[in-house]
Design a protein around this ligand. Structure first.
Ligand code: HEC
Ligand code: HEC
Ligand code: HEC
Ligand code: HEC
Ligand code: HEC
Ligand code: HEC
Length: 417
């Protein structure tokens, strides 16, 4: 027993550290997954880790660059970097890729850090091919945490098992030396015995396990239904940057119902044909992508006649609130005078593929309603409401501004009915 008593303390420490290490690995895998998500959403259309795609394979890229700062500047805006830095490596790379432009990326420093973290240390699962364009994989990454937990419990049990047999042979040796008989208990019997003898340690381990499970469940639950950054492949490589940015086409030229009704809507192929009857070739993809417009419109560019059957373009929907939540575009764009960019980001700078900028959670709606002032001054819609509010707050001279909250923008029934 003395021998056992002596060996329990270090053994407990070994187990405990093993647990800690597993928890650390588990949480860093969580980070790698965020990097992976960002990579898939922003970079995977052109980059793979281990293979050349449209751009170079990115494995080991941090070592190829002189400094991390330069690398980050490149990722943010490669064209600007080429112009301002005079970096010979980047210039050579650009030439090697026949001057194909890596578009400026709408990612911040944190995103880039996560992406580079993922590139440097991809989780084992990333070795499997990344399927781009399958909305089921791009939108909702599988949650590996449950496998982590299972693997971690199994490993912990194996570890205890090894320590247990070690202690058993030590016990035997001890017995041989002392010439006494020992009763050797079973594996599980001995675990429960050990737990009985080490109530504090077992309590500690249980708490660590419980916290781990709770944290993982919480993060899992929070992620459900949140598709921020979702950027599926589309049937035609339509670029907002080319249209709304470089060519300055107004958003509502294409999304004209945004000012009139609930939905902003996606333009029909006729709208594309207004211009593309004349523009047959693009600078990026030549006739390939624009040819798909003709196919959808049933248009034959050789004869300039609509002599083929039409086939609607099957755009993949990106933003999608659940049916039980009501959102109206014209109410926000016209009455509330909100810019498209407030909710959709700098769309005019987004290259293909288009992505979801905002969270679109209830918290996101509510926060904005709490903070945003209603534009009462120039708005007929409010003249009556404004009077009522003035009436209500007439004893409070400080009260001159009203947020959406004040006009009932937090009432459940405004958004759910
Ligand atoms: C539309 C295609 C495209 C997208 C999207 C894209 N890149 Fe690139 N990237 C390129 C091309 C092409 C090059 C090669 C240089 C050039 O031609 O400009 C490149 C080069 C790079 C390089 C330098 C590689 C080397 O070997 O030194 C890095 C780093 C990089 N990209 C990171 C990213 C990251 C991170 C993202 C996502 C946030 C991203 N890229 C998104 C096309 C793209
Ligand atoms: C030349 C026409 C055109 C212009 C101009 C245009 N868009 Fe689009 N937009 C489209 C098409 C086509 C799609 C569907 C394909 C896609 O998602 O990339 C789309 C998709 C979108 C989506 C995502 C729709 C979804 O599925 O959830 C948003 C948001 C959007 N546009 C906002 C804007 C904003 C904001 C502007 C102005 C800065 C703008 N668009 C300008 C044609 C246009
Ligand atoms: C108001 C005019 C206008 C409308 C409407 C318009 N486009 Fe374009 N589109 C352009 C211009 C300008 C270019 C740039 C051509 C170039 O690269 O020189 C272009 C380029 C493109 C390209 C080629 C990209 C490349 O570089 O290869 C595609 C694909 C495209 N548009 C798709 C669409 C689709 C789909 C629609 C309808 C939803 C649409 N466009 C509506 C003006 C328009
Ligand atoms: C107050 C935030 C907000 C503003 C401002 C806003 N949108 Fe949206 N937009 C949304 C939300 C939320 C959705 C998702 C709606 C849904 O799924 O029912 C959406 C969806 C869309 C879609 C997808 C198709 C659809 O109608 O559901 C397009 C396209 C779009 N917006 C374009 C625009 C354009 C263009 C503007 C500016 C004229 C604009 N949005 C302004 C929040 C906004
Ligand atoms: C960028 C800020 C912003 C965001 C984000 C936003 N709203 Fe609003 N919302 C406003 C403003 C400003 C008004 C005031 C215009 C009005 O009263 O019609 C408003 C009004 C409303 C109203 C009418 C309230 C009333 O009392 O008449 C509804 C309903 C609504 N929003 C739903 C939503 C939903 C659902 C979302 C999230 C999907 C959302 N809003 C996100 C700014 C926002
Ligand atoms: C400004 C608009 C708005 C108001 C006000 C609002 N909700 Fe929501 N609510 C939403 C949107 C949008 C979603 C969908 C969020 C998503 O899909 O993640 C949602 C989702 C929900 C859900 C589903 C669970 C979830 O979080 O996704 C419940 C339950 C809910 N709301 C209850 C309420 C109750 C109760 C109130 C009143 C106290 C309320 N909501 C007020 C916009 C609103």
């Amino acid at each position: 027993m003395t021998l056992l008593g002596m060996h329990f303390a270090p053994r407990f420490h070994a187990t405990f550290f093993a647990l800690l290490i597993f928890l650390l690995i588990g949480s860093s895998a969580g980070m790698a997954q965020d990097g992976e998500k960002l990579f898939r959403a922003n970079c995977a259309s052109c980059h793979k880790l281990d293979k050349k795609l449209i751009g170079p394979a990115l494995s080991g890229v941090t070592e190829r660059w002189e400094s991390r700062e330069n690398l980050v500047a490149w990722i943010k805006n490669s064209q600007e970097y080429l112009e301002t830095s005079g970096d010979a490596y980047a210039t050579a790379l650009f030439e090697e890729y026949n001057g194909s432009i890596m578009p400026a990326q709408a990612v911040n420093d944190e995103d880039i850090a996560a992406i580079l973290g993922y590139i440097e240390n991809p989780p084992i699962a990333a070795a499997a091919p990344v399927v781009v364009g399958d909305p089921t994989t791009t939108s909702n990454d599988p949650d590996y945490s449950i496998y982590w937990l299972a693997g971690f419990i199994v490993l912990a049990l194996i570890l205890i098992r090894v320590l247990f047999s070690l202690s058993k042979s030590l016990k035997r040796m001890n017995a041989e030396v002392e010439g006494t008989e020992v009763k050797i208990t079973s594996y599980f019997g001995s675990i429960s015995k050990w737990m009985g003898n080490n109530k504090r340690a077992s309590l500690g381990i249980s708490i660590v396990l419980l916290v781990f499970v709770l944290v993982q469940t919480w993060y899992g639950a929070k992620g459900i239904g949140v598709y921020q950054g979702y950027a599926p492949e589309q049937p035609i490589k339509f670029s907002h940057k080319i249209h709304a940015g470089d060519n300055g086409i107004n958003c509502v030229y294409c999304h004209h119902s945004a000012e009139k009704g609930k939905n902003a809507g996606i333009p029909s192929v006729n709208v594309c044909m207004n211009c593309h009857k004349g523009i047959e070739e693009g600078s990026l993809y030549g006739t390939e992508e624009i040819g798909k417009i003709y196919e959808a419109a049933g248009y034959n560019p050789e004869t300039a006649a609509y002599d083929k059957p039409q086939m609607p373009i099957k755009w993949v929907r990106i933003h999608n609130l659940p049916d039980f939540a009501y959102f109206n575009h014209s109410q926000h764009v016209i009455v509330g005078e909100q810019e498209c960019q407030t909710c959709h980001g700098e769309v005019e700078s987004y290259d293909y593929p288009m992505k979801q900028y905002a969270e679109l959670t209830m918290g996101w709606c509510i926060n904005c309603h709490r903070e945003t002032e209603v534009k009462t001054a120039s708005n007929d819609y409010y003249s009556k409401l404004h009077q009522q509010l003035k009436e209500k707050y007439k004893d409070d001279p400080e009260r001159k501004k009203f947020t959406v909250e004040d006009i009932g923008g937090l009432e459940c029934a405004k958004c759910h009915y």
